[in-house]
Design a protein around this ligand. Structure first.
Ligand SMILES: [Zn+2]
Length: 254
């Protein structure tokens, strides 16, 4: 039986909610350019595949994803859709409110869009916890894989780089066109890196300027990092590690 809420009748949903022990996962991502080699839906796809796999091992319910994120810095390339963070907060709050009224009061927000979604998710989560009496966990793959990316030899977190490209190769190989990937190595930006593995990560992040985005568009089709170093087997190990961590978050709520 599928873990996706949208595939169920209301009767099936009622049974699934009981089985879930009140745990629902909302995958959240973005629709934004991901270089020449990955689809614009990459961030949502990675959140969906993690949700699907962990739910299959735990009976959590997976809610239809919030496909769009806040992506103003990627509007220089076609295919990107950006939603204002205040709208995302309201939308996600209403999803959580609806779920909570049906007994799903333990919610995991999987963030496929990295640092850019985290800030509005924190505001939404705080408000939902206070006003609705629900428990919210944010599951961010970049933070939840800190202990393994070094041993996999992945470089710093960029955009459409070897981390998410390897993950996509492992889970959605038909959507990856590695032969089109162009590297754009990341320059050291002490105090302003947004890589969770970097000990000087300060979280003082502001989405790139359009000028910076135009530069990346010109040199690499929009990617930053070294996607040509991607590897499906490393992506599989990375995925499995994240699923294991996500399962343990779900179990802590059940
Ligand atoms: Zn991405």
């Amino acid at each position: 039986m599928s873990c996706w809420l949208q595939t169920k009748s209301w009767e099936e949903a009622k049974i699934a909610i009981e089985k879930s022990k009140g745990v629902a996962i909302i995958p959240v991502g973005s629709v934004e350019q991901h270089g020449l080699h990955l689809p614009v839906g990459t961030d949502t796809y990675v959140a969906m595949t993690l949700a699907e796999e962990a739910a299959g091992r735990t009976d959590a319910i997976v809610v239809p994803p919030v496909w769009f994120g806040w992506s103003p810095h990627h509007m220089v390339l076609p295919g990107t859709v950006t939603i204002r963070p205040e709208v995302l907060i309201e939308l996600t709050y209403d999803i959580i409110k609806s779920l909570s009224e049906h007994g799903l009061k333990k919610i995991i927000l999987i963030n496929g869009h990295r640092i850019v979604n985290v800030v509005w998710m924190q505001i939404c989560a705080q408000r939902a916890q206070t006003d609705l009496g629900v428990t919210i966990k944010i599951f961010d793959p970049a933070y939840m894989s800190k202990d393994i990316v070094g041993s996999l030899g992945f470089g710093p977190v960029g955009h459409a780089e070897e981390v998410e490209t390897s993950h996509m190769m492992a889970r959605y190989p038909d959507l990856v066109h590695l032969e089109k990937a162009v590297d754009n190595p990341i320059k050291d930006t002490p105090l302003y890196s947004v890589d969770p593995c970097y000990t000087h990560d300060t979280l003082c992040y502001v989405p790139s300027t359009l000028e910076h985005a135009r530069h990346a568009a010109k040199v690499s089709g929009g990617c930053t990092g070294e996607p040509t170093k991607s590897d499906a087997e490393k992506g599989r190990i990375y995925h499995e590690h994240l699923v294991k961590n996500l399962v343990s978050v779900i179990q802590s709520l059940q």
